[in-house]
Design a protein around this ligand. Sequence first.
Ligand SMILES: [Zn+2]
Length: 480
Amino acid sequence: MRVVMRRWLFAADGVLACVAGPLMVLCWGAAPQTRSAVTGPRDFSVFAYDVELRIDRDQRIIGGREEIRLRCAGGRLAAIDFPLNGIKILSVRSERGEELPTVTTNDHLEIRLPVPITHGQEASMLVEYSATQPKGVEFHTDAVYTSFHTCHWMVCRDRPDDKATFTFATTVPDGLTLVASGAPVGGQKPEGTPGRQVWRESVPSPPYLFGFAIGRFSRTVRYHGGVTLEYFAADGDGAKLTQMFADDDRMLDFFVEKAGRPLPRAFYRQVVVEGGAAQEMTSFSVLGRGHLDLRLTDPTEDWLVAHEMAHQFWGNLVTCADWSHFWLNEGLTTFMVAAYKEQRWGRQAYERELGLFRARFQAAVAAKFDVPLTFAGEYPSLRMQRAIVYSKGALFVVRLREVMGERAFWAALGTYTRRFAGGTAVTQDFQRIFAAETNENLSKLFEEWVYGVTASVCTGALMLATAGLLDGKTRHDKLG
Ligand SMILES: [Zn+2]
């Protein structure tokens, strides 16, 4: 055990190498605007994060050095602001290595730029920090992996519409394997740092999808329809992978057909860990054996694999523009799992899923928390949020399908997916496309399920909604 512990203290006393070159705060003039829909005030947009991490598994500490590159999206920008989420800032520097003035208040970091920038101009800065037991990083005996709360282990903007590229570097101890967002970049290991790896996600993506998994994984590969499907699991799991991922080919075919376009990348990685993990990231997912093992005895228990694969289209490729439209990610994906099951296992399997959605949604109704799908306030619990965003969201899509009929419904889904591929969408975008595909008037349906207040919504929910408008950073959480 001592040997293992020593291995995991990698780079704890090493010198951290910088991913990027010399850092600069520059104004490069007008630059192309992102495709992201902006639904709230946005003074700047980050377009690149470059992060080098030291991971101390035993102490559960993350040490980071990060370059942030951003573009002014408003009229004039003299200072920028990031949530800290408990992250301790060690230094913030300009391109010349000058310390930049910072103010930390209410768990937020404000950085003053040396020179204000105006609309379309760019700036970059280097931040060094540490995070102790950060939310969003799971430290286990044989693996360390991330889950959703990226802005707790690196400095970032927790906005799904702030799509950026991501470069990730860390030192991987002997015997362990790293999977991270994007793909490995070769030839960047500085001398004296054996095991250092650099991965890069070049498809601009929301920060909540940035992540990594390190563990004692063996890699297996299979190919289907031009896509490389990679699996990372502990050695002993090899024989079970075939059962856990038995239908990936037809699952992928189903989602590709309904999306009307191929998987965003020519590869997809699935990492198997102990426990109940269920997290999609850009280009890969982390899946817990707590869910996967059920499939070893019951092949129809395939929701987790289907759910995270579906997210590669709905959530990752087409992303909700802000958290009040999160149902576009999760409700749609939850529905797509039921639709896949219907195609794979028959109508009964579809009805069974719908029964589960109804039961979960009913818990919110019973708690007098039947809020609209675009509810922007705080949820009292993750269970309540899932009851609305996942289950009620899925049931709404089921209802749309019934009202519109098969042809119109699936045509609209394909149009929606292709229209917003690579960008972000709000509920009104979704509604406009679905309404255009049918002669049925969908307004009442949307008002009732998505925007309106149903009879069972309690006053407390409305009060929470109002209060939630003051601060968006804790309005969302997720599982799967
Ligand atoms: Zn999900």
